[in-house]
Design a protein around this ligand. Structure first.
Ligand SMILES: [Zn+2]
Length: 145
């Protein structure tokens, strides 16, 4: 399992943004328009609904960093304001995980609601213990005003 420590920066894969999603059952990367997960046959008809968002928000508390990271990325793709505070809290709960913190900043950047987005960025810029995360959040927050 050395890969967990070597490839630290997660790059979103080749599926076009807006059409990518993670299967809420097995967390495989899938096309958001697929009705059934090709990896685990999970029914994805409800993927666009509130249930899926709640599942992603719950996954932010998952003990495995890899699962959290996928949820963070997926919530960024969705851009819903409801996720902003949960994303920021997730980063603050794992202060030594810089990769996670930076990914949270990137996902918060994808939040559509400007006020919600800026509040979350400012919270990270002021309160995250990691300097790299604070600086990136402050940078985006400044660009945003
Ligand atoms: Zn699946």
């Amino acid at each position: 399992m050395k890969s967990r420590h070597t490839h630290r920066y997660y790059r979103p894969p080749s599926i076009a943004l807006g059409h990518a999603a993670y299967c809420p059952a097995c967390f495989a990367l899938i096309d958001a328009d697929t009705p059934v997960c090709p990896f685990c046959d999970h029914d994805l008809v409800w993927l666009s609904g509130r249930g899926y968002r709640d599942k992603l928000l719950t996954a932010l508390n998952h003990p495995l960093a890899d699962v959290r990271l996928r949820a963070i990325i997926a919530l960024g793709w969705r851009g819903e304001g409801e996720a902003a505070q949960a994303l920021a809290r997730c980063a603050l709960h794992h202060p030594v995980d810089i990769v996670e913190g930076l990914q949270v900043v990137e996902s918060v950047r994808g939040i559509h609601d400007k006020v919600v987005r800026r509040n979350a960025l400012r919270m990270l810029a002021q309160r995250h213990p990691a300097r790299a995360v604070r600086l990136r959040a402050a940078e985006l927050s400044a660009d945003d005003s």
